[in-house]
Design a protein around this ligand. Structure first.
Ligand SMILES: [Zn+2]
Length: 430
């Protein structure tokens, strides 16, 4: 068949339609492909941003956990340092805390090689979004570049997700180490509490030190989370030491041989505050006797007869005298005129009573001569009138104390008692 015009027109039309159809189909296909790449790129951008946000949150959380770890590590080391093994029921609990602290430091990366605590990096462990810093979120121009950019973003997203997991895992490890540290601290405190409860304080410890100790021990078992454990342990340790010290003092006070003689400005002071050891003294000193002999001779020349009615008294003899007075008058009254053993000036060997041991002696010519002249021989009337609140004793015009001429004269001229002259008290401690 020969192609006529009509056939050509049909053929060309068909071919044209085919071309248009194919072209349109290709156009639609092309359009679909490009739209897909755009959507994928947008999804990749969203995914990357979310992964980045999650990574930053994980980094922030890790940083906060590390900061907590640093603070807790420091506190744990202080607690170890403040805890004497002797105040623990089980000394190994202190080692356990020490090890937990070291483990925490390792896990949280707190220690440098030489064991010094490292500064935390600031402000974030991972700076904000470094991986995406150079990434453009602008829609690339054509399909291929869109696909390339999409692939790149997906790769970055996967890396960010990995990093998030790593940061979360590290945070979780540090949290575990923190929990272990808390457990080790609790174990240490429980050990201190157990020791505190089973420790028997010495019977002689003062009551207030016993009360303070009991309160400090109770506090070891009833603290709240976040309590200052160093303060609790320190208070407990000090309370124990205070109770022991107080008991030791009580033992010393009960042992009359262990008292130390007190010399104040070179002067041996014996009164209600200052005692003598039980072994002290073996008679009037040679100086005292010689000074008395001179005084007696001069007094005799002036028509006064002086004699020693009571000289040196040992601890033992004072003890029986005092106990006799206490039995007769009661302790409060006996303390006004008689010294407790170890507190009698007569034990010093520097003291004696003259003539009549009676208030009348102070009104007699003999006693008045003594009051006016004793200092010239090195003596003072030790317990003057109206000074009981200072000396601890009623007026004893008969009781002389040897101080040597210079000091006795100085005290006499000052008009003061020996306590006032030296600035000391005269009071029993119980
Ligand atoms: Zn006396």
């Amino acid at each position: 068949m020969k192609f006529g015009r009509r056939q050509w027109v049909i053929t060309i039309s068909l071919v044209g339609a085919l071309i248009v159809g194919v072209g349109a189909g290709f156009g639609v296909w092309l359009f679909t492909q490009t739209a897909g790449a755009t959507a994928e790129f947008s999804a990749a951008v969203t995914g990357a941003r979310e992964a980045n946000g999650e990574r930053n949150r994980a980094a922030l959380e890790l940083n906060e956990t590390r900061a907590e770890a640093l603070a807790r590590h420091t506190a744990a080391l202080a607690l170890v340092a403040a805890t004497e093994p002797s105040v623990l029921d089980d000394a190994a609990t202190r080692e356990g805390l020490s090890e937990s602290a070291a483990s925490l430091a390792n896990t949280a990366g707190l220690q440098t090689a030489d064991g010094e605590s490292a500064r935390l990096p600031d402000p974030l462990l991972v700076t904000r979004a470094p991986r995406l810093a150079g990434t453009s979120f602008e829609m690339p121009g054509n399909r291929d570049t869109k696909r390339e950019a999409t692939t790149e973003l997906q790769r970055e997203t996967a890396a960010l997700v990995d990093e998030s997991h790593r940061l979360h895992a590290l945070t979780s490890d540090i949290d575990d180490a923190l929990s272990a540290l808390t457990a080790a601290e609790d174990t240490l405190m429980a050990s201190a509490y157990a020791k505190g409860q089973t420790t028997e304080l010495p019977e002689l410890a003062a009551d207030d030190t016993k009360d303070a100790y009991a309160a400090a021990v109770t506090a070891l078992s009833s603290y709240e989370e976040g309590a200052d454990l160093v303060a609790l342990i320190t208070t407990y340790t000090r309370a124990l030491a205070a109770a022991i010290t107080s008991a030791e003092e009580a033992v010393r006070a009960q042992d009359p041989a262990s008292v130390e003689p007190s010399y104040i400005r070179g002067i041996l002071v014996v009164n209600k505050t200052y005692g003598l050891p039980s072994w002290f003294g073996d008679g009037l000193t040679a100086e005292t006797t010689a000074a008395f002999d001179r005084m007696r001779a001069d007094a005799a020349s002036a028509g006064h007869e002086l004699y020693i009615s009571s000289g040196f008294r040992s601890y033992g003899s004072q003890e029986s005298i005092y106990n006799r007075y206490v039995a007769a008058d009661g302790q409060a009254e006996a303390d006004r005129y008689s010294a407790r053993p170890g507190h009698s000036e007569h034990q010093s060997g520097l003291t004696f009573d003259l003539n009549c041991i009676c208030e009348a002696f102070g009104h007699q010519a003999d006693g008045q001569w003594v009051a006016d002249n004793a200092h010239r021989y090195g003596f003072i009337v030790r317990y003057p009138q109206a000074k009981e609140q200072v000396t601890g004793y009623i007026w004893e015009p008969w009781h002389l104390r040897y101080l040597g001429i210079d000091v006795a004269t100085d005290v006499f001229q000052s008009g003061l008692t020996l306590e006032e002259y030296l600035g000391v008290t005269s009071k029993y401690s119980n």
